[in-house]
Design a protein. Structure first.
Length: 161
């Protein structure tokens, strides 16, 4: 879905420039509990001294940061290049058998925000290499504190030489 966006953005980069990608998670507010992936989440707009909960879906978004071509250096524009739904794993009931709890713990490890982000990052790097013939392009990631830990840092794709 986003291949034309990436294909159109690569020629806008200056010669020998690095491709800067901003990664962050976001919430989409919902009003009903029956929508797939909807759960109670902390409202990021609530004050720090009082936590407010909202019904929302969680997504992770990759945006290419492209400088304006007319004037360099210039402020960058964010162009979305990946957008994926990251629902929480449903917790089993308290009286559920041990097998259900073991499956739940394994699913939490496999389907959390960080592992899905790493998987998306590797897919993006592979797409750059294969589809867009940009294997020599260096990726620079701009992330917040939620992505600066060993799950992400140890699994970064190799940079070109």
């Amino acid at each position: 879905m986003f291949q034309p966006v990436v294909r159109g953005s690569l020629p806008l980069l200056p010669q020998r420039a690095r491709l800067v990608v901003a990664i962050d998670d976001t919430l989409a507010h919902k009003t009903g509990k029956n929508t797939p992936g909807v759960a109670y989440r902390r409202d990021p707009l609530s004050p720090a001294f009082q936590v407010n909960l909202i019904l929302a879906q969680r997504f992770v978004q990759f945006s290419l940061l492209i400088p304006l071509p007319a004037q360099l250096p210039s402020p960058a524009r964010g162009v979305p290049s990946r957008f994926a739904h990251v629902p929480s794993v449903k917790k089993p009931k308290c009286k559920a058998p041990q097998e259900d709890w073991d499956a739940y713990r394994e699913a939490v490890k496999q389907k959390n925000l960080n592992t899905i982000t790493v998987r998306m990052l590797h897919q993006f790097r592979d797409e750059l290499d294969r589809v867009h013939h940009a294997a020599d392009v260096h990726l620079v990631l701009v992330v917040d504190g939620g992505y600066t830990h060993k799950t992400i840092l140890k699994a970064l794709p190799a940079t070109p030489r």
